[in-house]
Design a protein around this ligand. Structure first.
Ligand SMILES: Cc1cc2nc3c(=O)[nH]c(=O)nc-3n(C[C@H](O)[C@H](O)[C@H](O)COP(=O)(O)OP(=O)(O)OC[C@H]3O[C@@H](n4cnc5c(N)ncnc54)[C@H](O)[C@@H]3O)c2cc1C
Length: 487
């Protein structure tokens, strides 16, 4: 905590505040800088609200700076398009709220001039977003080394601030009761936050560098960016908060009532499709929970099942990443001892199939269902929930070592999935290898790690429409299992 004020007194929940660089806010600073990284929204954005509360307390205006760099891992037309779709809307909402928006959109790494230090020399303090994985911890640590004012990262991702759960949890059953105890406090609140008191002064502040071209213009000129052009945008899934809210309304009307029964259908028709919006912070998980509760009430089985995914399973991923150093998050050595032991015991087992990463990427395996799922991931940037588990499990079976499987899962998922590069991604890759799970019957290669098979999946869910859509050339050779046909 910086001396001289308490976050709680400013109306900001101190449990959301991660102190990255300590110090006193500079009295000569011209503004409080909100350095936006992952929460691309104005509504219910605890980080923006904390910046405004601090600005009001210090009598300073608040400004927002964001840099969409072209050189983060997996930067591609797909990810840039999804982000750019929403930035004009985000900037307009910020300006309407009295916060100038300073966007930097370098087209190549050479064009990227780290402005943060430059902007922070005029700032009283810097407030940013907290996310416990991918590039965010590194960016925060690097900023802390060069800033001379305090830097705070705010948890606007979890409904129950992640650090209120005091240690890494072994599984959902351990986390659930702890969260449920805190829901009565956190779930009813949709944070409104104060309005900036110095909006007029903020509007007069000189940026100090040439602003980026309009994001809506650059969205149409993706070829001008030095990013991976081989992963195209998913035109059917545009980014932006307005789109995310429309998707939320569709889900509440059509998917939520049947979510408990139909969420594993491979069509994904009854899933929310909101994970990318949550990843880029277009929506606050608490507002999604609110919408579900308001529509059907807490007793409805669809709502209860949905909240289990959105509030328990999702925050389990954040819990794992918070308590595991970033460099260790995707290491076999971070698995529970039973999983490490059983995978080591079976390290020398002969794999029935071994594929290169390129073969996997191109859907060139013997398994028609897996190939279809990978095809969907490449084309649409997602795989529906149940098949995504199967997708991960097979990569574990078809890789020479568990660590190689983890690396490949992370590469393929994070490269193609719109919702990748998230704490939820990390938690689930590790789940494939046994994290947050229990031992099963011992078998070759997987040992006691939970198995999944394409044949059993085909018995459980109707894959015919899915294979028709994503089966490619494999589709004609794909046979429904007898059991399923009888059903
Ligand atoms: C190998 C593997 C990789 C995955 N990678 C990602 C990823 O990169 N990003 C990601 O957000 N999710 C990932 N998941 C979890 C899950 O598959 C997705 O969250 C879900 O399919 C997203 O679709 P939806 O938004 O329609 O979810 P819904 O079924 O509508 O669920 C609502 C929300 O609950 C949360 N949720 C749902 N399932 C899970 C789960 N198993 N674990 C944690 N949270 C969950 C998500 O935030 C989701 O948006 C992965 C799962 C596996 C097995």
């Amino acid at each position: 905590m910086a001396a001289g004020f308490s976050w709680n007194e400013l109306g900001v929940d101190a449990a959301r505040v991660h102190l990255i660089r300590p110090g006193e806010p500079s009295s000569s600073g011209h503004y409080v800088l909100y350095w936006c990284q992952v929460s691309h929204r104005v509504a219910f954005n605890h980080a923006l609200q904390a910046a405004i509360a601090l600005g009001n307390h210090l009598g300073k205006p608040v400004v927002c700076y964001q840099a969409l760099r072209p050189d983060y891992p997996h930067a591609s037309d797909r990810l840039h398009a999804f982000v750019l779709d929403g930035l004009a809307e985000f900037g307009n909402a910020l300006r309407a709220a009295g916060v100038p928006y300073w966007l930097e959109l370098p087209r190549s790494p050479a064009e990227h001039h780290p402005r943060l230090k430059q902007l922070a020399t005029r700032a009283a303090a810097v407030v940013s977003d907290w996310h416990p994985t991918f590039v965010v911890p590194r960016h925060l640590a690097a900023a802390a080394r060069v800033l001379e004012v305090p830097l705070f990262a705010i948890d606007a991702a979890c409904v129950v601030p992640a650090r209120l759960i005091p240690a890494a949890q072994v599984a959902a059953y351990a986390l659930r009761p702890k969260l449920k105890k805190l829901w009565p406090h956190y779930l009813p609140q949709l944070p409104e936050g104060p309005a900036p008191e110095r909006a007029a002064a903020a509007a007069r502040i000189d940026l100090g560098f040439a602003p980026a071209e309009a994001p809506e213009k650059l969205r149409l000129e993706l070829e001008r960016f030095s990013i991976d052009h081989s992963v195209p945008p998913v035109t059917a899934r545009p980014g932006g908060r307005a789109q995310a809210l429309a998707q939320l309304r569709r889900f509440i009307a059509d998917g939520l009532p049947q979510f408990d029964r139909a969420r594993n259908e491979p069509s994904g028709a009854h899933n929310s499709g909101l994970s990318a919006a949550l990843h880029f912070g277009l929506l606050y998980a608490g507002e999604v929970a609110h919408a579900a509760l308001e529509a059907l009430g807490p007793e409805h089985p669809g709502v209860a099942t949905f909240l289990e995914e959105l509030l328990v399973r999702r925050e389990l991923g954040f819990n794992y990443c918070l308590y595991t150093p970033t460099a260790q998050q995707l290491r076999v050595t971070s698995l529970p001892p039973w999983a490490q032991g059983t995978l080591a015991t079976h390290a020398q087992d002969k794999r029935a199939h071994l594929y290169s990463r390129e073969q996997l990427e191109r859907s060139e395996t013997h398994d028609a269902l897996w190939n279809a799922a990978q095809r969907q991931l490449r084309a649409e940037g997602r795989i529906y929930g149940y098949l995504r588990m199967l997708w991960g499990k097979k990569i574990l079976e078809w890789s020479a070592t568990p660590q190689e499987a983890l690396d490949r899962m992370a590469f393929l998922n994070d490269r193609f999935a719109l919702d990748g590069r998230d704490a939820v991604s990390v938690g689930n890759f590790m789940w494939v290898l046994g994290l947050h799970d229990r031992p099963f019957q011992d078998r070759p290669v997987l040992g006691k790690v939970r198995p999944m098979s394409s044949e059993r999946t085909a018995e459980k869910v109707d894959l015919a429409p899915y294979m028709k859509r994503w089966g490619g050339l494999d589709a004609s050779g794909f046979r429904m299992p007898r059991k399923r046909l009888r059903a």
